[in-house]
Write a protein that binds this ligand. Structure first.
Ligand code: PHB
Length: 253
């Protein structure tokens, strides 16, 4: 790729532009993007125009841009995450019908839990997870499960810190976190009261593929006063069902 005067390639600049979009910042002007991506304004406008022409960004009537449907289409095509989500959805709906709170599916991605799906109930309590949003591994129930079964190298990196406390109950002490991870592997689930927000309890289990590798975490977010037993049983059943469905060949339609 051709390099600019500052030495970064076209591709690097494109990635920097796309990465200025977050779950909370979904539309921006080209000038905002330039500032956030540390690009000269003229470069930002040119890259944005080219991305709009390619359909990877879309422009609205106010001349602001958002990520394009074409990007979504390409990202999902043949993605293992999509297959996982499709296998999980019917089982998540069953958990949902039983527990009537929020049910989430998350995978390990770049040192955090990335949420592929979230089902909610009209009367469900608080929940900060968003589809395509991330939560820290040490602070969320999904993240703790993913961390408990992750490569030792990743575990040690997270245990080495730093780890931010999101509430007074977030486990940040390395020895306590190590014990918690061992406990998750022994029990096959985690109950994390108040770890990410004081009013909720996250409950999560590992989801395994046909060969037994942990590929995701399935979780529910309960109001703090709700006992977790029914949710644990529903999640364990769902994780077994997902594993069994992942073992059958993917449907071609
Ligand atoms: C959790 O997974 O522990 C969790 C997630 C979102 C919340 C609360 C807890 O809002």
């Amino acid at each position: 790729m051709a390099n600019s005067a500052t030495g970064d390639s076209v591709l690097e600049r494109v990635v920097r532009v796309l990465e200025t979009f977050t779950v909370d910042r979904t539309t921006q002007t080209a000038s905002d993007i330039g500032r956030r991506a540390h690009l000269p304004s003229s470069t930002a406008h040119r890259v944005v125009n080219e991305l709009v022409a390619a359909g990877l960004l879309e422009r609205d009537d106010d001349n602001r841009v958002h990520l394009g449907m074409r990007l979504w289409e390409l990202a999902l095509r043949g993605s293992p995450a999509l297959r996982l989500r499709q296998a999980a959805l019917p089982h998540m709906e069953r958990v949902q019908a039983r527990v009537r709170e929020h049910t989430q599916l998350a995978v390990l991605e770049h040192d955090s839990a990335l949420f592929l799906e979230r089902l909610s109930h009209p009367q469900a309590g608080a929940n900060i997870t968003r589809i395509a949003g991330r939560l820290p591994l040490h602070a969320s129930s999904s993240g703790l499960v993913l961390l408990a079964y992750a490569d030792p190298e990743l575990q040690e990196r997270i245990l080495a810190g730093p780890r931010r406390a999101l509430t007074r109950e977030t486990v940040t002490d390395a020895a306590a976190l190590r014990r918690l991870l061992a406990d998750i592997r022994r029990r096959g689930h985690v109950v994390a009261p108040g770890s990410i927000e004081t009013v909720s309890t996250g409950v999560a289990v590992p989801v395994r593929d046909a060969s037994g590798d942990v590929v995701a975490a399935l979780s529910v977010v309960l109001p703090r006063e709700t006992a977790p037993d029914e949710a644990i049983a529903a999640l364990v059943r769902a994780a077994r069902g997902i594993r069994s469905d992942l073992s059958s060949p993917p449907a071609s339609h």
